[in-house]
Design a protein around this ligand. Structure first.
Ligand code: UD1
Ligand code: UDP
Length: 374
């Protein structure tokens, strides 16, 4: 039997981590006998610490194509991705395309494939914030609407799709990020990153911010930093390039003004997990980091008014504070008792296997139907 040609489209940091779960699974199992897997990197993220470091550390094969699209307005970025992807797919004729999450690369990949008649599998389908002013929400809703196979990480995601009338080929497979999270556990005893920043376990706060709603108004961003400057603990702030750009754009802003904050470039995945595991609290607006905080049982303060991961709302150490400075201050000060209560099991760490098996079965079924017609 010929192998099925499947393309993964990725472009942004969290997508490389999800892709790593798929490529690892292909490498470890017999599935590579049935699947010829190719990687298309759109180039949405391009700094070494936002892209290359993940390919190296997570041993992801080199992308077969890199469009090198870079940063632009959403319309130009998505447009450039679409025309680049189209050229490659006309030549390569994939049997199916996998898109991940909710970035502009996800949407560009989904629309272009569907226009060429190529079925799309959406990994992390059905997540909703119910805020159509979020670029990610637009990308998710539209990608789900045109995908053929929908792989949901949670029961809530399945319900969200049902409410939108999407019920066919929808599977609850668990969270793909949990696969790679479990795999990484054996590397987390190294304390080099803590030593480099002179941090001791459970004595510091970890901060990441990158959502449009938090970065694009630098005054509100600076208010968050001012609160952290008043806190008892040191804070390590891993600066997403978007956030760094906005802070540098503020004329009166001075990094040196902050004595309690350590500003750092983003770090690789393993170092990130080590920083998360040892933090006293995590303050973030990242989707991935919220879940990792829960998996490590490290209290998490979310700089958003809502979350797509509704399962986390029942965890006692999960605080949604939006951009309200008083709520942020109170949450930083609130006591953290050990909390063994588990409210959500994100899967068994076999999400990538389930996804690849279902894709293969579906492609076999589809090719047998097509042969019947010949
Ligand atoms: C994107 C995703 C977001 C995801 C995040 C993960 C969209 C709409 N947003 O947000 O859902 O959570 O990635 O990190 O797709 N930049 C660099 N170097 C890079 C990449 C970006 O300097 O390697 C700067 C550029 O100034 C760029 C800005 O960051 O304009 C924003 O980058 P972009 O890819 O547009 O969106 P993100 O904020 O990274
Ligand atoms: N991450 C990382 N290094 C960093 C910051 C984040 O490896 O400096 C990882 C983090 O552990 C998580 C993922 O990146 O697995 C989350 O990506 P991001 O916050 O960029 O996007 P989101 O999840 O919000 O879409």
């Amino acid at each position: 039997m010929d192998r099925f040609r499947i393309f993964s489209i990725t472009g942004a940091r969290p997508q490389f981590i999800k892709l790593a779960a798929i490529t690892r699974q292909l490498y470890c199992s017999e599935l590579h006998k049935k699947i010829e897997h190719r990687i298309l990197h759109t180039g949405q993220h391009y700094d070494c610490e936002m892209s290359e470091i993940f390919f190296q550390q997570l041993k992801i094969p080199r992308p077969d194509y890199n469009l090198g699209v870079g940063s632009h307005s959403p319309a130009k970025q998505i447009g450039l991705m679409m025309s680049g992807i189209e050229k490659i797919f006309v030549k390569e004729k994939p049997d199916l395309v996998i898109v991940y999450g909710d970035t502009n690369s996800t949407l560009a990949g989904a629309i272009t494939s569907v226009h060429l008649g190529i079925p799309v599998a959406h990994v992390e389908a059905g997540l909703r914030s119910f805020r159509m002013d979020m670029p990610e929400e637009i990308n998710r809703v539209l990608s789900d609407r045109i995908s053929t196979l929908l792989f949901c990480p949670t029961k809530t995601a399945v319900k969200n799709l049902k409410k939108e009338g999407i019920t066919e080929n929808v599977w609850m497979v668990g969270d793909i990020m949990y696969d790679i999270f479990l795999h990484a556990q054996k590397y987390l005893n190294n304390t080099e990153i803590l030593n480099n920043y002179n941090l001791s376990p459970k004595n510091y706060l970890l901060l990441t911010i990158h959502r449009k709603e938090n970065t694009d108004d630098p005054r509100s961003l600076i208010r968050v930093l001012d609160v952290l400057e008043q806190s008892e603990e040191k804070t390590i702030f891993l600066l997403h390039p978007r956030t760094e750009k906005f802070l540098k754009g503020v004329r009166q802003f001075r990094f040196e003004r902050y004595r309690k904050l350590m500003f750092s470039k983003p770090v690789g995945y393993i170092d990130m997990l080590i920083l998360e595991k040892n933090a006293k609290k995590i303050i973030t607006d990242s989707g991935g980091v919220q879940k990792e905080a829960f998996w490590f049982n490290v209290p998490c303060i979310v700089l958003r008014e809502e979350t797509e991961w509704k399962e986390l709302l029942f965890w006692r150490h999960f605080h949604l504070v939006g951009n309200n400075v008083v709520r942020l201050q109170n949450s930083i000060k609130s006591a953290c008792r050990i909390n063994k209560q588990k409210t959500w099991t994100p899967g068994k760490g076999n999400t990538s296997l389930l996804i690849l098996e279902k894709i293969t079965r579906w492609l076999c079924w589809k090719s047998s139907c097509t042969k019947g017609l010949e």
